[in-house]
Design a binder for this molecule. Sequence first.
Ligand code: TXA
Ligand code: MG
Length: 347
Amino acid sequence: MTLVISIHPQHIKKQRIRHAATLIKQGGIVVFPTETVYGLGADAFNGKAIKKIFTAKGRPSNNPLIVHIATYQQLHTVAAHIPHKARTLIRTFWPGPLTLILKKAHHVPKEVTAGLNTVAVRIPNHPIALALIKQSRTAIAAPSANLSGKPSPTTAAHVFHDMNGKVDCIINGGTCKIGVESTILDMTVDPPLLLRPGGISIEQIEKILKQPIAFHPAVSHPKQKVSFAKAPGMKYRHYAPKAQLILVEGKHHEVISKMDAFARMYKKKQKKVGIIRCTSDGMLKKVDATLFIGNTPQKVAHNLFTAFRTLDHKGMHIIIAEGIDEKHIGLAVMNRMRKAASRIIRV
Ligand code: TXA
Ligand code: MG
């Protein structure tokens, strides 16, 4: 049985939070909103509770979790060492969508870190998440609250779809503001290493650190022009809709005409075709659904995962998505789109 609790982020009812916090303390698993996406949380110091998260999500146990804390003081309970540069970033960006990889404190269980000697940690910028962590009097380890491989949930309805019956409690706190997950930065190396672009941009980080950061090979560098003439069947998909996603990126005019050509081809093959647009000129005709998800990178980030889920719900076989510039949060958007894509076309 899954208990659903509704809480307005601006009018938090303490006794409702207390209920969810009690479940955490008793070793239960609770879904809660953050400013990025919904998280599926358990007491970070209770290995048995953490295992339930992996089962509910169908997540491989070698993929570690992010630990959520409410105050800077609490950081010392999970991290053994906080380098100077980490402190600088923390002062600027916490609470917020920046996750730091630090040397772990020895009592953080191996279930959280997948046996690594480092831990991922952040203070979320959401009143419900913060109230829940404080009331629970512990740190809360939480991955995104989707089934493994699916798009992260940005509304309680998404969570309910994936997690009803699998978790003890879902806190419905409305729509998540940012819509893509936090930026992950490894602070155990110098220069810091970007493991996942997200809600805080590299431009923001580099400005504060006054130094360029390094990119993990898995993260596409914005300045590096990768030429994907055709890249069908990429190794694995993530954040992915059920439909086959074709991502078209490059020069705007050519992107639109390429998207149009794909739409026509799949319509001829009797497929249900959905379109994700980030600009509003030159509407494509004869498709089954068109979603315009915003004309700024922030709006596209906010709406992207909902768009994937909406088009799946409408039964599309094919989704053709328009890429955006990799500036600011656009880098995170393109990272998620590429991971979700079955095919990437650069024109
Ligand atoms: O915005 C977010 O980050 C959301 C909300 C709920 O906070 N959480 C989230 O968690 O996206 P998840 O589990 O979906 O992604 C966590 C990522 C994984 O890719 C994992 O591999 C990485 O963090 N990670 C966790 N611990 C790590 C570590 N010690 N070293 C390297 N990567 C780590
Ligand atoms: Mg996730």
